[in-house]
Design a protein around this ligand. Structure first.
Ligand code: ADP
Ligand code: MG
Length: 252
C-alpha cells in the first residue's frame, strides 16, 4: 500500500467561470451557479460542501458532462467537454441500482454500454466487486442487500469503469452513521493503493465532518446563486484507519 499525498499532480479538470441558469416552472429565470472556478488535480480529494439547494448536484452533473453549463468552460485533460465526461464516473446518493439485475450484472452494465467484450467485462466486474468487499454476493439482487451493501455496488459500478475522476453525490447520506463511517474509512484506505483506479475524487456533501475526513481541500458553496465562498486546505496523512477493533461487530 502506498500513501498518496501529492496534491501537485496534473490538472485533470479545469472549470472556469461556470454559470448555470434554469427556467423555473413559472418561466422565471433561476440562477443556480455563478462564476465557479475549480481545478481538480491528479492525487487529490476535493469536497464540495453546501446547503441543500446550493447547486452541488448541478455542479457535479456539469463535471460529469450530463448537463451543459449556461456559461463558462469545463475542460477535461485540456479538452472542452462536449457531452459525457470520458474520465468520470458517478456514485449517487440513492444508489440508482437496477433492481432486476444481479450485483454482477449491475456492475457490468456500464462496460456493456461501452462495448467491452464479455470475458473482459466479467473479469473486471469480479475484480471491482472483490475490491469493494462484495465477494460472494455476485449473484445477489439489490433487494437482498442492506443499504451499505447496495452502496458498495454503487461504488463497484463506478470503479469498474476505471475513472480518473470519481464523482460522488452525497454517497453516504442514505446510510446509518456506523455504516457510513465504515464505508468512508474503507474508501480513504483504498485511496492511493495500486488497485484503486481513480486519480481524483470530488465528493459532494452537506456534512462538515465527512468533508474534513475525506478531503484534502474543502470548497464551500454559498447559495443563491451557488458560488464558492471559501476554500480550506485539510492536511491529511494517508492511509488512515480510524476503526476501533470493536467496530467490525457493529457494521454489515
Ligand atoms: P443541491 O444538490 O446543492 O441540493 P441542486 O443542484 O440539486 O442543489 O439544485 C440547486 C437548485 O437548482 C435548486 O433550487 C433546484 O430546484 C434547482 N434545479 C436543479 N435542477 C433543475 C432543473 N433541471 N430545472 C429547474 N431547476 C433545477
Ligand atoms: Mg444534491
Amino acid at each position: 500500500m502506498t500513501a498518496n499525498t501529492t496534491t501537485t499532480g496534473e490538472v485533470l479538470l479545469d472549470i472556469a467561470d461556470v454559470g448555470k441558469h434554469f427556467t423555473g416552472a413559472a418561466g422565471d429565470d433561476l440562477r443556480v451557479l455563478d462564476g465557479i472556478d475549480l481545478q481538480l488535480r491528479s492525487g487529490e480529494i476535493v469536497a464540495l460542501l453546501g446547503r441543500s439547494g446550493s447547486g452541488k448536484s448541478t455542479l457535479l452533473r456539469i463535471i460529469a458532462g450530463l448537463i451543459a453549463p449556461s456559461s463558462g468552460s469545463v475542460r477535461y485533460r485540456g479538452r472542452e467537454l462536449n457531452g459525457a465526461n470520458p474520465g468520470a464516473a458517478l456514485v449517487f446518493q440513492s444508489f440508482a441500482l437496477m433492481p432486476w439485475l444481479s450485483v454482477q450484472d449491475n456492475v457490468e452494465l456500464g462496460l456493456a454500454a461501452r462495448n467491452v467484450p464479455p470475458a473482459e467485462r466479467h473479469r473486471r466486474a469480479l475484480a471491482a466487486i472483490d475490491m469493494i468487499g462484495l465477494d460472494g454476493f455476485e449473484s445477489a439482487y439489490p433487494k437482498e442487500l442492506s443499504g451499505g451493501m447496495r452502496q458498495r455496488v454503487g461504488f463497484a459500478r463506478a470503479l469498474v469503469l476505471e475513472p480518473d475522476l470519481l464523482l460522488m453525490d452525497e454517497p453516504f447520506s442514505a446510510l446509518d452513521v456506523l455504516t457510513a463511517e465504515n464505508l468512508r474509512t474503507e474508501l480513504v484506505n483504498l485511496w492511493g493503493t495500486d488497485d484503486f483506479p481513480t486519480k481524483s475524487i470530488c465528493v459532494v456533501t452537506h456534512n462538515i465532518e465527512e468533508a474534513v475526513q475525506l478531503a484534502d481541500r474543502v470548497l464551500v458553496l454559498g447559495s443563491n446563486p451557488g458560488r464558492i465562498i471559501a476554500e480550506v486546505a485539510v492536511p491529511q496523512t494517508r492511509p488512515r484507519d480510524r476503526r476501533a477493533p470493536w467496530f467490525e461487530a457493529l457494521v454489515d
